[in-house]
Write a protein that binds this ligand. Structure first.
Ligand code: UDP
Length: 275
């Protein structure tokens, strides 16, 4: 791991600057604040600004930390991934990155599901089914969880989703097809830089065009929402470093960015400040 690169992001410049904080406070209306991101009103109707915080939580927010520079890295990685997905026709909410911590996004009607796609057993699947972590799955598996912190995001089935009208049967079909496309693309993208995509979580939203609702990818794709292992050593390069107290969280996220070829652009972005 290139620690020189990692250090760049844990320098003071990775922190929200005085001006960033001032802009945050004065510029616009806060629509929603989550654990790792804030949504602000956007400059035009139908748009929002997604702000990436350094706050990190795990285990239903019982474990918390502020990891300096994490928001900057995730903003950039998510921009990169969403842009590449858009270029292969996976429509998503990303419009453009505005500055270090913010991106302009399309406002969507959020579908209250966390969609998890798994290639290798890990985390809650290993616990639930007693599978050794690292065991390859017979095929990619998609799971749905209800987005509800109070209920600890319970796992739900298609029966629940359609019965409670969280999404229609057609939307579930679309979500599953899109999730598999995202999985195929991300597996190749990370594989090419020596990273194994173990699993990931994505979210979807609905957009309306002439009374016709369509499902598009929303939220973020970053080491906060994926399990990424070094393909040779199986070293974890994702949020499990925080969940499991493995240390070097920011260094690992930075390593992912570096391998994706994003790192070389980031110093100029950081030095250039907000733009
Ligand atoms: N995940 C996420 N947000 C959540 C729960 C899970 O981004 O609220 C991601 C997690 O990082 C992993 C995948 O979804 O890449 C599967 O997580 P799992 O169900 O194994 O739960 P965990 O072990 O993270 O509790």
């Amino acid at each position: 791991m290139d620690v020189r690169c990692a250090r760049f992001f844990i320098s003071d410049r990775g922190k929200p600057s005085f001006w960033e904080k001032a802009l945050q406070m004065t510029r616009r209306k806060k629509i929603y604040e989550g654990k790792a991101k804030i949504l602000y009103e956007g400059p035009e109707p139908g748009t929002l600004i997604q702000y990436f915080k350094d706050d990190t939580t795990a285990f239903d927010a019982t474990k918390k930390a502020v990891l300096e520079g994490k928001g900057v890295i995730n903003n950039r990685i998510s921009e990169y991934v969403m842009t590449r997905l858009n270029s292969i026709g996976v429509q998503n909410h990303f419009i453009k990155r505005l500055n270090l911590r913010e991106q302009l996004i399309r406002e969507v009607e959020i579908i209250p599901l966390e969609v998890v796609c798994r290639n290798i057993a890990a985390g809650s699947l290993s616990t639930r089914l007693g599978l050794p972590e690292g065991q390859a799955l017979p095929r990619s598996i998609i799971e749905f969880f209800l987005k509800d912190d109070k209920l600890h995001d319970p796992m739900v089935t298609e029966e629940h989703i359609t019965a409670f009208n969280w999404a229609s049967t057609q939307e579930i079909d679309d979500i599953m097809a899109l999730t598999l496309r995202v999985n195929d693309f991300l597996t190749g993208m990370f594989g090419a830089v020596g990273i194994t995509l173990v699993d990931f979580k994505i979210e979807f939203g609905r957009i309306w065009e002439n009374d016709f609702g369509r499902v598009i990818l929303a939220d973020e794709i970053s080491p906060d929402s994926c399990r990424l292992w070094d393909s040779v050593t199986n070293e974890k390069l994702d949020k499990d470093r925080f969940r499991r107290d493995l240390g070097d969280v920011i260094e690992s996220y930075t390593e992912v960015a570096r391998r994706l070829g994003i790192m070389k652009e980031m110093p100029t972005v950081i030095q250039g400040g907000l733009h």
